[in-house]
Design a protein around this ligand. Sequence first.
Ligand code: 13P
Length: 253
Amino acid sequence: MRKPFIAGNWKMNKSVTEAKELVSSLQKKVKDVENVEIGVCPTALALSEVKNLLADTNIKVGAQNIYWEDSGAFTGEISAEMLADINIDYIIIGHSERRQYFNESDQDVNRKVKSALAHQIKPIICVGETLTERKSQETENKVRFQVKADLAGLTADEVKKVVIAYEPIWAIGTGESATAEEANRVIGIIRDVVRDEYPQVADKVRIQYGGSVKPHNCIEIMKQPEIDGALVGGASLDAASFAEIVLKTTELY
Ligand code: 13P
């Protein structure tokens, strides 16, 4: 069985001081959880301190982005190699906000995924359709294309380590989530795409849902057979609500 993974994407929120307070409070609330993997993804600035605080706990730490080169003249960027040095566990790659505001292409995403894996950091690859694409029945084609392009050239062994997050763009930060059944359907399609290329590992890849996951709707979402966790935005900024999502999920497994 796939171990569910609930991760918080803090986006550009929380100072280092606030980040430390948040994880200290969260850690107390979820310290006994074993059957659900938990992760937090603070800003790059807070990664080092948060990782230190969470060393030897059941909470993993992820970054929100990297550049694909290890080092060099790339002002403002950080690399997977640097994140590996401070034992970062995950990197969110290709979030729709990065694709939309920073023009990240699937080719960029693919390069970043390869760089993360080369440094033994697990990528959380985000895919999903816009509202216009959904309305014109393009959801399937869009996620199919993204998954293929983002995983291009990986070995089956590498794909096994990847987490995919299905995040319909119209459901992010809007309070409007996909119905649990619909999220389950699209995630099933994503798994089929993985299966086409990597039949031997497709059932091992964890696929999360992301988009307005809250304490009030997480059970419905997490009950779905294809959904292996959640990438939580807004609700992860509050220790009590993020812990509630984690704790409710533990009861389902
Ligand atoms: P919200 O949970 O705020 O909708 O954000 C989802 C998201 O983008 C997680 O990566």
